[in-house]
Design a binder for this molecule. Sequence first.
Ligand code: DQA
Length: 142
Amino acid sequence: TTIFIFNGPNLNLLGTREPEIYGTTTLAEIDAACVAKAREHGLSVDFRQSNHEGVLVDWIHQAHKAKARAIIINAAAYTHTSIALLDAAKAVTPPVIEVHLSDPHTREEFRHKSYIGEAAVACFKGKGLQSYLDAIDAVAAL
Ligand code: DQA
């Protein structure tokens, strides 16, 4: 079965985007590491990124229709703004797990609120790439 991993706005720029916060690992490197980690558990990964809120909503619906094992999502800035993503996460059957490279709670106050977190069964944050790998281990243990 497949774990869908969705990444929100600006995460396509990882590697050069604010490296003092996000490190220098690229999104392609995160994708490859997630595929390898999932394979250890006999799972496959469908890894995607979009800068568009509605596309992310559509992908959550697609993951549901595809009977995904789980949805791991780094909603990026939409974490803190998007009721649409929260409602989508609430509307679907696969468990949703929230991930972040940084720890939003140690940053600006406007990053402290997570809408998607209201529907997530777990959150892994503050560990860069390792946040994603911990989320995959958690899915395998569900
Ligand atoms: C982020 C944290 C968010 O606050 C920010 O808007 C991002 C990335 C992270 O992975 O640390 O774009 O989700």
